[in-house]
Design a protein around this ligand. Structure first.
Ligand code: NAD
Length: 505
């Protein structure tokens, strides 16, 4: 082990820390220094099966716990997360690299899902019809699935797990979470807080690992549902493999979010929105704006001139610098990948008007920093347009009119988010209706649904049917049951050898 690596991480299973036994580990970096700060154990398939067995054992009792009592645990978890918000954000930033204020905001967005899940007694209410035919009543209930699993990405190591597990456990399921191997510490801490909040052992478990652990979850007969967030190729694999093994799967995946800027857009508002949405969190957001489609050359020219100035002023630094507006990329490997896309864009003939490749942050020369990059004259045939880069690299595509802009949005294979910036109500209304996109903003660059609405994209940005959190989250983590009742004292219809309709059973 590298002498500087001080920490060996663990799994959190059955309410306690468990050491990894596979002998395989992954490196966790401090992206601001480029140093490995910890190693995370990669669970073997048999270790994962052991975790699933713990979750299965905990299921009957937890499922039988009244929803109002489950909610009490979530209320306590909410308080603990609130009290420890700063510590959680620091832990997150130290492994992910995002600024402290951004990390805090992301934990808060996750916390809002915990708060939503506290309403589970109300959310699980079924429907009842008296007298669907004479003397016959009908009602529906939603029941937990059993053991559910979550597989989460590096970019939101607190928020995305909290999109999943609070609702899953509130619904009466038990949960096995496999966080990103790049920044797992904050996810482990959340699981420990759940134990402190009184969650019974085995209801929420965190197991670290790579493909071997994921495959074990996807193929185990005791796992009923898989919730995945990550890249499109892995999401497609998770969806197909999980479905082939009889599981319910939702896989939310990659993005190439377009912002259409109309000639009548408020330029001050637009420039602020582009800066935050393209370069915030170093572009490592699934709702980041990575393409701006300008309508008309004048719009493009004005926007680019103003972005050049703003990029010159962008403060890039470690999360410990309170002035930093953008942090490093998550690992040296990801930095190389994103830089490689900038090189590719130049080769493909796009015009690199701002080049962030040579940025050096004083005192952090080995950190995974990349300055904000801006390409003009990106064309839809280029790989830098078609593929998700997931870094602070923005491409401008010049469209001659609104129809061309909408066609671009619709022809892209990814369909997570999109936004239009305009003062024209007609254009905005048409855009919201016409685009084949899951989440749409009007003068809102990152239209992330709040916890009590549901999050998800279209096209190859989502494999499956049900979205994350909000009402769709409750549907995903429960099975519907419909019950028809008749009592002996009611109306008797004698033996029925044929189906009857029209309100008769
Ligand atoms: P990733 O796909 O590399 O990893 C996601 C998870 O899958 C991790 O837990 C990882 O360990 C696991 N994994 C990786 N390779 C695997 C394989 N071959 N087989 C099985 N499991 C594997 O994604 P990432 O780099 O951690 O996260 C960034 C991606 O996540 C981006 O594409 C981003 O758009 C996407 N994302 C999407 C949303 C959304 O809601 N649509 C939200 C956040 C992030």
């Amino acid at each position: 082990m590298d002498a500087k690596v001080k920490t060996t991480l663990y799994h959190h299973v059955g309410g306690r820390k468990v050491e990894g036994t596979s002998g395989r580990f992954g490196d966790v970096y401090n992206p601001a220094t480029g140093e490995v700060t910890a190693r995370v154990p990669f669970a073997s398939a048999s270790e994962v099966r052991g975790v699933i067995a713990k979750a299965l054992k905990a299921f009957p009792d937890w499922a039988a716990t009244p929803p109002a009592q489950r909610a009490q645990v979530l209320f306590r978890l909410r308080d603990l997360i609130r009290q420890q918000l700063d510590d959680l954000a620091k832990l997150l930033s130290a492994e992910h690299g995002k600024t402290f204020s951004d990390a805090k905001g992301s934990v808060t967005r996750g916390l809002e899902v915990v708060e939503f899940a506290c309403g589970i007694p109300q959310l699980l209410k079924g429907e009842f019809n008296e007298g669907v035919s004479r003397g016959v009543d009908m009602y529906t209930i939603r029941q937990p699935i059993g053991v559910c699993a979550g597989i989460t990405p590096f970019n939101f190591p607190a928020m995305v797990p909290m999109w999943m597990f609070p609702i899953a456990i509130a619904c009466g399921n038990t949960f096995v979470l496999k966080p990103s191997e790049k920044d797992p510490s904050v996810t482990l801490r959340l699981s420990e807080l759940a134990t402190e909040a009184g969650l019974p052992a085995g209801v929420l478990n965190v197991v670290n690992g790579d493909k071997e652990a994921v495959d074990a979850l996807l193929t185990d007969a005791d796992v009923g549902a898989i919730s995945f967030v990550g890249s499109a190729p892995v999401g497609e694999y998770v969806y197909k493999t999980g479905c082939a093994h009889g599981k319910r799967v939702q896989a939310l995946t990659g993005a190439k979010n377009h912002m259409v800027v109309m000639p009548d857009a408020d330029m001050d508002q637009t420039v602020d929105a582009v800066m935050g949405a393209a370069y915030g969190s170093a572009g490592e957001r699934c709702m980041a704006i990575s393409v701006v489609v300008t309508v008309g050359d004048q719009t493009a020219n004005e926007l680019i001139e103003r972005l050049k100035v703003r990029l010159g002023d962008l403060k890039v630094g470690p999360y410990t610098d309170a002035q930093a507006e953008m942090g490093p990329l998550v690992t040296p490997q990801h930095l190389d990948k994103v830089k490689g896309y900038v090189d590719l864009g130049v080769e493909e003939g796009a015009e690199l008007v701002v080049d962030g490749r040579n940025l050096k942050v004083k005192g952090h020369e080995k950190g995974c920093f990349l300055g904000g990059c801006l390409f003009d004259k990106v064309r839809p045939t280029m790989r830098i347009y078609k593929e998700e880069i997931f870094g602070p690299v923005l491409g401008i595509v010049r469209a001659k009119d609104y129809d061309e802009a909408v066609k671009l949005v619709n022809d892209h294979e990814l369909g997570n988010g999109a936004a239009i910036f305009t003062r024209d109500g007609d254009a905005a209304r048409d855009f919201t209706s016409a685009v084949k996109i899951g989440m749409v903003g009007v003068n809102v660059p990152i239209p992330v649904p709040v916890a009590y609405h549901s999050f998800g994209g279209w096209k190859r940005s989502l494999f499956g049917d049900l979205y994350m959190h909000g009402p769709e989250g409750v549907r995903f983590f429960t099975k519907l049951k419909t019950i028809t009742t008749r009592w002996p004292s009611g109306i008797r219809s004698g033996a029925q050898y044929h189906f009857r309709g029209g309100g008769e059973h």
